[in-house]
Design a protein around this ligand. Sequence first.
Ligand code: R1P
Ligand code: URA
Length: 327
Amino acid sequence: MEGTARARAVRPLVARRTPRSRSRLVSRCSLGSKERQMKDANFPLDMEGRTFHLGSRKGEVSNRILSVGDAARAQLLSQFLKPFPNGDPVFNMVSSRGFSVTTGVVGDSDTTVSIVTTLMGLPNMDFVVREARAVVDGPMAVVRLGTCGALQPGTLGKILVPAEGCVLVHRNPDAFIDSEGEGLSPYLISRPVLPHPTLCDNLVSELQNTLPAGLDGLRCGINCTTDSFYSSQGRTSNAFDDRNENLVQQVMEEIPNAVSFEMETFQLLHLASCSKGTIAAAACAIGLAERANNEFMSPKQLVEMEEAAGKAAIDALVGFDLSKTEL
Ligand code: R1P
Ligand code: URA
């Protein structure tokens, strides 16, 4: 939905006048999969052409997507989306699986952006990218704004940008099989995948302009996407055999420029790199918890950073030339 043409053609499932009315956002859902007859087992769509999990169809999702993990963050950032020039309100829907799509116009332009909640983890990012791809015509740009564990000292509350790439850190179940696991590493680290350079540059410069602390509030490096919040991020537990006491140290030794632990960016950048040149992707995340000293941001600081970084991410998407997705 580049421009507004498709948005005009679509009747919003939920019309919202007050962008901060969170209860309306979460209370209206599209029909669950039990009420929808699906066709095509290879890529399920219902009779209206709606995807299985996101529940959206052509005309509802913009070519420019801001992916956020959290429903409250999506709600907060929907303040930057305006109704369409023809008077149609900002479009919003929540699928029965809990994914939300909010599409509107940015600033005085006629450029649309969709804010999509990705929920948590690699499979959910996979749903978002693949099901959005299925209902959007033409090239796409996707930016993720998440939160993360901050790995470098003094980076609590900063925006951490994987400008140098993103690796996947994942648990190796084979290492936990008593008879056969001996000698195997319980955690594996992939090679890095890179963001789209121009989209990432856009994001960094918009963040520098928008963040209250400018350059001080931003740190570039390598992000580590993990397949769990707990064991694969080196959080120890007596309840499980996790063998992760030295994992953070191992990651920092292997990747000295690792800045963050989070759970979705690798899948976004990996799928974009496999999209045959049709998707440009970049990401950033707020250092919510500093691992070395066990500190957390306050909720007030978090909301301020989400607002500033969200505005920057939306402006980076709007400023991106969609004809340049191919590398
Ligand atoms: C874990 O608490 C969640 O927070 C991070 C992780 O990637 C994971 O999804 O990102 P979001 O704040 O975007 O959800
Ligand atoms: N998100 C993560 O994945 N890890 C953290 O430590 C904080 C937020």
